[in-house]
Write a protein that binds this ligand. Structure first.
Ligand code: ZN
Length: 59
């Protein structure tokens, strides 16, 4: 079982989504995307917590 995330679930008008094998892996990928495309967001532990909270399980 893996994890998936999409920016739409965070209320962003952004078509980006990703899947990964683990929560930590997906968090890393997501933070890379945030750094590139959502420069208004500050990367900190609060953001990481929010990102994890909108992750979904994949089959
Ligand atoms: Zn995005």
């Amino acid at each position: 079982m893996g994890k998936s995330i999409s920016c739409k679930d965070a209320g962003k008008t952004c078509g980006w989504s990703a899947t990964a094998e683990s929560e930590d892996e997906l968090l890393k990928i997501t933070l890379e995307h945030v750094k590139e495309h959502h420069k208004d967001l500050t990367i900190n532990s609060e953001l990481s917590k929010n990102i994890k909270s909108i992750m979904k399980n994949t089959k």
